[in-house]
Every structure is written in structure tokens, then in C-alpha cells.
Design a protein around this ligand. Structure first.
Ligand SMILES: NC(=O)c1ccc[n+]([C@@H]2O[C@H](COP(=O)([O-])OP(=O)(O)OC[C@H]3O[C@@H](n4cnc5c(N)ncnc54)[C@H](OP(=O)(O)O)[C@@H]3O)[C@@H](O)[C@H]2O)c1
Length: 266
């Protein structure tokens, strides 16, 4: 039985100009959710808005950067003014990089944390007053399977997603008494622009060409989980197997990862 009626809810989706965020926005629009789309690329956001119109619930757009406090504020003010409030906050915007730790830079590490972690955390803090007044409110954090198991040459990204995992679980307990739910979505490899738009590429990852699941599949699983009030989901089998192997035999996974790292270097 569904616990949450989606039709008529109001959502803010970050990173909605492509990939998983776009697919979630379209799936929500299909279910009658009024969406506000936030990302930096205005042209792509306009295309997504046009697609939502075809689905019957036209989204609105705010062009902005989740790391910018003024842009976050503009989005929340828009939600309050035009939607009359906010029920779902989807923290999806994310970036990544590849390279070993030793020759990496603190600039790239901090840039990744600014978007993947601090952007989500600060937007959530600022959105809480609206969510408290919302209808069956929920915060949805798009983490990663790499927020549960680290792999070589993406340490900065893994660390940002581990931070998101821990914070999501902490927040869930704190907000339960206020009736605000927190869903953590941990996808495995998913077809999107993430791998082709790395902010820095110092190593060619051996699994870069691996075919993942579609962003639409992750979006459908996410929206179903929102409907059912789930706390944590791993929407693809490859991710689920990696977690299972890690919990069952972490030492074996460590050995496999070390071999992979050696082979990637040579
Ligand atoms: N693809 C995978 O295999 C995979 C696996 C696990 C988890 N994830 C997570 O899924 C989420 C979505 O990624 P994706 O795979 O769909 O990648 P994507 O296609 O590259 O989409 C990333 C989105 O984030 C937006 N974005 C990036 N920096 C931003 C910023 N500073 N402010 C606002 N928006 C920003 C981008 O839009 P603009 O450039 O227009 O700003 C884009 O819409 C990320 O959190 C990612 O870590 C992805």
C-alpha cells in the first residue's frame, strides 16, 4: 500500500538538467508533482521543463548553483511564492573526478565536497522551515554505492558520498519526530554525464566504459521509494552485489580493489 500520495506535492530537484535528476523530475511530473528544477545550465533546464509540459505537470526553473547561498535562497523563495511551500527536497546535484590521492589536490577535493555534500546540507538546512509546513515532507539524498564502499582513484568522490550517507542517517533520526522523512538512494553505475564530465581526470578508470542501468530506472525506483516512505534503497543489482560482497568478505573485496589499482597504474 502506498503511504504517500504524490499528486499535488511540490518538489525541488537539484541537478535536474540531465542524468538522474532530469529522470527523477520527469517521473515526478508524470505522477502529478509540481517540480522546481535547479541547475547551472539554463538551456538544458528549459528542455526538461518542455518535456514536463508534455507529461501534464509543467515544471518551473531556477538557474543556479547549489554551492551559492543566493541561488539556493532564490529557489526556496520561488517555491514559497509560486508553489505556496515545499514537500519534497531532492538533493541530487553531483560531480566527480578521477585520480590517485597522492598527486591529487585539495582544490578538487573541496570542490567535490562543496557540491556533493555542503550544497545538499546547506540547502536542506535552509529548506527545513518550508518542509516543516509541507504535506508528508521528505528529503531525498542521492548518494552512491560508493558512499558505502570505497574504490581506488575516486577517493574524493567516495569520501563526499560517505559523508552524505552518515549525515542522512543522522538527520533521519533527528527529523522523525517532526514528521519529515529522509530517503537515501545509493545507485551503482548509471548511464549519465557524470563520467564524461569529470572535473579532473588523471586516471582512466578501468570500469569507465561499464554499462550501467538507465537513469530512468533509478528514477522510477526513487519515486516508488518516495511513495512508499522507504529509508534507504540501492536501485541497481550491480551496486547491491558490491555491497553484499563487501559486507560478507571485505578483505576479499580489498584484495580485488588493490589488484585493480595495480593493473590501472601499469
Ligand atoms: N551516474 C552514476 O553512475 C551515479 C552513481 C551513483 C550516484 N550518482 C549520483 O547521482 C547524482 C546525479 O548524477 P548523474 O549521474 O545524473 O550525473 P550528471 O548527468 O552529470 O548530472 C549531474 C547534475 O548535477 C548538476 N550539477 C553539477 N554541479 C552543480 C552545481 N554546482 N549546482 C547545481 N547543479 C549542479 C548538473 O547540472 P549543471 O551542469 O547544469 O549544473 C547535472 O544536472 C549525483 O549526485 C551522482 O553522484 C551517479
Amino acid at each position: 500500500m502506498s503511504r504517500r500520495q504524490l499528486r499535488g506535492l511540490r518538489a525541488l530537484v537539484t541537478g535536474a538538467s540531465g542524468g538522474i535528476g532530469k529522470a527523477i523530475a520527469l517521473e515526478l511530473a508524470r505522477q502529478g508533482v509540481q517540480c522546481l528544477l535547479l541547475a547551472r545550465n539554463g538551456d538544458r533546464l528549459a528542455e526538461v521543463r518542455a518535456e514536463t509540459r508534455e507529461l501534464g505537470t509543467q515544471a518551473s526553473v531556477v538557474v543556479g548553483d547549489v554551492t551559492n547561498a543566493a541561488d539556493r535562497n532564490t529557489a526556496l523563495e520561488f517555491a514559497q511564492r509560486e508553489f505556496g511551500g515545499l514537500d519534497l527536497l531532492i538533493n541530487n546535484a553531483g560531480i566527480s573526478a578521477s585520480g590517485d590521492f597522492a598527486t591529487g589536490s585539495s582544490e578538487v577535493l573541496r570542490q567535490i565536497f562543496e557540491v556533493n555534500f555542503f550544497g545538499a546540507v546547506e540547502l536542506t538546512r535552509e529548506a527545513l522551515p518550508l518542509l516543516r509546513q509541507g504535506r508528508s515532507p521528505m528529503i531525498v539524498n542521492i548518494g552512491s554505492i560508493l558512499g558505502h564502499r570505497g574504490i581506488p582513484f575516486t577517493g574524493d568522490y567516495c569520501a563526499s558520498k560517505f559523508a552524505l550517507t552518515g549525515w542522512s542517517q543522522s538527520l533521519r533520526a533527528e527529523l522523525k519526530s517532526e514528521g519529515i522523512e529522509v530517503l537515501l538512494v545509493s545507485p551503482g553505475t548509471t548511464e549519465s554525464n557524470l563520467a564524461s564530465q569529470l572535473i579532473e581526470q588523471r586516471v582512466k578508470l578501468p570500469w569507465a566504459g561499464m554499462k550501467g542501468v538507465t537513469a530512468e530506472r533509478v528514477a522510477r525506483a526513487t519515486v516508488r521509494a518516495i511513495e512508499r516512505g522507504k529509508h534507504e534503497i540501492v536501485p541497481n543489482w550491480s551496486g547491491w552485489w558490491m555491497l553484499f560482497a563487501h559486507r560478507l568478505a571485505p578483505g576479499v573485496v580489498d584484495t580485488v580493489m588493490a589488484r585493480l589499482a595495480r593493473r590501472t597504474r601499469s
